[in-house]
Design a protein around this ligand. Structure first.
Ligand code: TXE
Length: 486
C-alpha cells in the first residue's frame, strides 16, 4: 500500500502555505511513472518570504538566538526520537518518491536517529580560544553562527542529505531555507513537520520545494543568505560559486559528483572484492556520488574477475522498491533513465565489451538492468563522465604506480577504494590517491563521525565529522585592553 502523503505545501515560518503564484508541480513515482502528488511550487517570491522568516528568526533577540546551545541540542535530540518513531513511514515515503529499494531506505531511516544525535551532541561543544597577544591586553575568539543558510538538496538520497545539512546548520545556531530537489520533495516536508513537532521556533527552518532555475537561483542570489550548502551536479556547483561571488560573497559548501576508482590487486580476497565492487556501483541504482564507477582490476585476475562481476550483476533481483526482496530498483526519473541508457550506447559504440545488462527493463517505470562493461579504456566517455546509473566499467592495469596515475587522471576526487592483502600497497595507494575518502578492503562504509567531502572538482568543504559545525560558523577575535598586565 502506498504511504500517505501528508504534506505538499511550502513550510514557511512553521506554517504550511501555498505558493504565492498558486502553482504546483507533480512529483512522479519512479516505479510506474505515475503522479504521486502535486506539490506547491515555490519561486522567487516564496524564497523571499522564507528568507525573511529565517532572518527574523536569526535576530539577536530572537527565541532561537537566546536559546542555550545545549537546548538547541535538546530540540535535535527530540527530533531524533521522532524520526525513530516514524522511521518506517519515512523509509516508505523515500522509496515511493525516489525509487530507493526498501532495504536501503530502511537502513537510512533506522540509522538516522543516531546520526542526528551525533550532530546534536556537538551543539554545546563550540569553543573559542584565549590568545596570548603581546601587551596589556586580553584576547579571545568567539565562534558564531553564520546566519541564514540556503540548503539545496539533491534527489538521490534526500533524507540523508536533508539531515547532513539541516541538523548541522541548526546545531551551529544558524537558521535555514531548504530547497529540496524537484524530483523528491516529499521527505523534506515530512522531516520539517517533525522538527516543528520537536519544538523548533518559527522561521528557524523553512522548506520551499520548487525548481532549481527559479527557487534555487533566487536562494543563491539572495543578499540575506550568508551561506549555501549544495549537493548536486558539478555544473550547478560552479553556478553557485559564481552567484556567491557575484553578490554578498556567501560561504559555500559544495558536494559534487565523482568518478571514483576502485582498485583490485592480484593479491586481493577475490570473493570479498567482487561483492564490494558490485555493492559499490549498483547501490541505489548507481545514483550515489561515491559510486565505484571506474573499477581497475590487475591483469593476473582480470578475466576471472570480469566473469564473476557479470554473474553478480545478472543475479540482482530487479523489482518494485517497496518489495523487501528487491535488490535493484528504478532510476529516479525518465530523464535520468534516458541519460544512463545514452551512456550505455556510447560505451558500446566506443568499443567497450558489454558483458551484462545494457537494456531498459519493461515499459512502465524507469528501470535499467545492472550493466557491466569490460575492456574499458581510460579515454572512453563511460570512463570519464559521471554516469550516475547502474554501470560498472572494468579497466585492466599492470602495476600499482600505473594505477595510481590512472586513478588520479580525472577532475573528480570524491572517493576511492582498494582491495589488497598487502598493507604497504594499501598505505601507498591511500596516501597518493586524490580523494576525500579512501576505503581499504571495504566500500561505502561511513558514519556521521567521519568527515565527508571531495578533492578537486568533487567539492569544497566537508560535511559530518567532529568539525562539521565549523562550516556554519564565523570566528571572531575579541581583543580587550587591560589597565595593566596582570
Ligand atoms: O542535478 P542538479 P540533476 C549529478 C549526477 C546527475 C547530474 C544531474 O551526475 O546525473 O548531477 O542531476 C538544484 N541554482 N548529481 O540535474 O541540477 C536542483 O533543483 C540553484 C550528483 O538533478 O545539480 C536540485 O535541488 N540550484 C549528486 C539540486 O540543485 C539549482 C546528486 C541538484 O540538481 C540550480 C545529484 C541553479 N541554477 C546529481 N539548478 C551528488 N553529488 O550526489 C538546479 N538546482
Amino acid at each position: 500500500m502506498a504511504p500517505e502523503i501528508k504534506y505538499t505545501k511550502l513550510f514557511i515560518n512553521n506554517e504550511w502555505v501555498d505558493a504565492k503564484s498558486g502553482k504546483t508541480f507533480p512529483t512522479i513515482g519512479p516505479h510506474d511513472g505515475k503522479v504521486i502528488a502535486n506539490v506547491a511550487e515555490g519561486d522567487k517570491a516564496d524564497i523571499e518570504l522564507a528568507v525573511s522568516a529565517a532572518k527574523r528568526a536569526f535576530h539577536r533577540n530572537s527565541e532561537w538566538r537566546l536559546l542555550d546551545a545545549s537546548k538547541r541540542g535538546k530540540i535535535l535530540y527530540k527530533f531524533a526520537d521522532l524520526v525513530e518513531r516514524d522511521a518506517q513511514y519515512l523509509a516508505e515515503l523515500e522509496g515511493y518518491d525516489n525509487g530507493m529499494i526498501c532495504a536501503m531506505s530502511q537502513r537510512i531511516t533506522t540509522s538516522a536517529p543516531d546520526q542526528i544525535r551525533y550532530i546534536a551532541s556537538l551543539a554545546d561543544k563550540v569553543e573559542g580560544a584565549t590568545i596570548p597577544l603581546d601587551g596589556d591586553i586580553f584576547s579571545y575568539t568567539l565562534k558564531q553562527p553564520l546566519g541564514v543558510c540556503g540548503l539545496i538538496l539533491p534527489w538521490n538520497v534526500p533524507i540523508l542529505m536533508f539531515l547532513n545539512k539541516v541538523t548541522t546548520a541548526l546545531a551551529a545556531g544558524c537558521t535555514a531555507v531548504v530547497k529540496p530537489a524537484e524530483q523528491t520533495p516529499l521527505t523534506a516536508l515530512a522531516l520539517a513537520a517533525l522538527l516543528k513537532e520537536a519544538g523548533l521556533p518559527a522561521g528557524v527552518l523553512n522548506v520551499v520545494p520548487g525548481y532549481g532555475e527559479t527557487a534555487g537561483v533566487a536562494l543563491t542570489h539572495h543578499n540575506d543568505v550568508a551561506k549555501i550548502s549544495f549537493t548536486g551536479s558539478l555544473e550547478v556547483g560552479k553556478l553557485i560559486q559564481k552567484a556567491a561571488g557575484a553578490n554578498n560573497l556567501k560561504r559555500v559548501t559544495l558536494e559534487l559528483g565523482g568518478k571514483s576508482p576502485l582498485v583490485i590487486m592480484n593479491d586481493a580476497d577475490l570473493e570479498l572484492a567482487i561483492k564490494f565492487a558490485a555493492y559499490g556501483v549498483f547501490t541505489n541504482q548507481g545514483q550515489i556520488c561515491i559510486a565505484a564507477s571506474r573499477l581497475f582490476v590487475q591483469s593476473g585476475i582480470y578475466d576471472r574477475f570480469v566473469q564473476a562481476a557479470a554473474a553478480v550483476a545478472k543475479s540482482l533481483k530487479i523489482g518494485n522498491p517497496a518489495d523487501s526482496s528487491t535488490q535493484h530498483g528504478p532510476q529516479v526519473d525518465e530523464d535520468m533513465m534516458h541519460k544512463v541508457l545514452g551512456y550505455i550506447e556510447k560505451g558500446k559504440v566506443e568499443g567497450a565489451k558489454l558483458v551484462a545488462g545494457g537494456k531498459r527493463v519493461g515499459t512502465s517505470g524507469f528501470y535499467i538492468e545492472p550493466t557491466v562493461f569490460a575492456d574499458v579504456k581510460d579515454d572512453m566517455t563511460i570512463a570519464k563522465e559521471e554516469i550516475f546509473g547502474p554501470v560498472q566499467n572494468i579497466l585492466k592495469f599492470e602495476t600499482l604506480e600505473e594505477v595510481i596515475d590512472r586513478a588520479n587522471a580525472t577532475n573528480y576526487g570524491l572517493a576511492a577504494g582498494i582491495f589488497t592483502t598487502n598493507v604497504n600497497t594499501a598505505l601507498q595507494y591511500s596516501k597518493h590517491v586524490e580523494a576525500g575518502t579512501v576505503w581499504v578492503n571495504t566500500y561505502l562504509a561511513m558514519g556521521p563521525q567521519a568527515p565527508f567531502g571531495g578533492f578537486k572538482d568533487s567539492g569544497v568543504g566537508r560535511e559530518t565529522g567532529s568539525h562539521c559545525l565549523d562550516e556554519y560558523l564565523e570566528v571572531k577575535t575579541v581583543t580587550v585592553s587591560l589597565p595593566k598586565k596582570f
